[in-house]
Design a protein around this ligand. Structure first.
Ligand code: S3P
Length: 173
């Protein structure tokens, strides 16, 4: 297994943070939640950043945190935000400095898992399912740009972490 950070990518609700915590425990390494790093550094919630400065400002903070974490951390597990892979430079950084593990999720799972959540500004308001579908389809090519892809459908957090561990054993970056 390589010593690079393991970077989890995937849509909102794909389980990156829950799986990442379990995976980091199994690997006895640090877990880093990129959204939490952004919130801590900015001193504002994601909703507040989107509402006050807009999505582009959030993306700039996201890229800066990603670059910082990848430059300073060795073996660790990083959960990225669902949109971190949109930016080409971010994707290049991830592929170069990490082992990228994408968690695949269906529209139905996203809607079920995020029902009642009010901390995802991109899902707020009317016609959320239509918008989620469009975002999922538009981002598929970016999520596919990964070293390992895992289908999370019907799997528990523990199951997904176990599958990742197994796939990582055969992976040398
Ligand atoms: C976003 C996903 C969120 C967060 C922000 C934008 C996205 O993270 O970064 O609300 O563009 O998909 P999670 O994937 O952890 O929910």
């Amino acid at each position: 297994m390589s010593d690079l950070p393991i970077v989890l990518t995937g849509f909102m609700g794909s389980g990156k943070s829950s799986v990442g915590k379990v995976l980091a425990k199994k690997l006895a390494c640090r877990f880093i939640d990129l959204d939490a790093e952004i919130v801590e550094t900015a001193g504002r919630s994601i909703n507040e950043i989107f509402a006050g400065e807009g999505e582009q400002a959030f993306r700039t903070l996201e890229s800066a945190q990603l670059e910082r974490v990848l430059a300073t951390e060795g073996r660790c597990v990083i959960a990225t935000g669902g949109g971190a892979v949109i930016d080409q430079r971010n994707r290049e950084m991830l592929r170069k400095h990490g082992v990228v593990v994408n968690l695949k999720v269906t529209l139905e799972q996203v809607m079920e898992r995020l029902q009642g959540c009010d901390d995802r500004p991109l899902l707020a308001g009317e016609r959320a399912p239509e918008r989620v579908r469009a975002l999922l389809e538009g981002r598929e090519q970016f999520y596919a740009d990964a070293d390992i892809r895992i289908d999370t459908d019907g799997k528990s957090v523990e199951d997904v972490a176990a599958v990742i561990l197994c796939r990582l054993k055969g992976f040398s970056a």
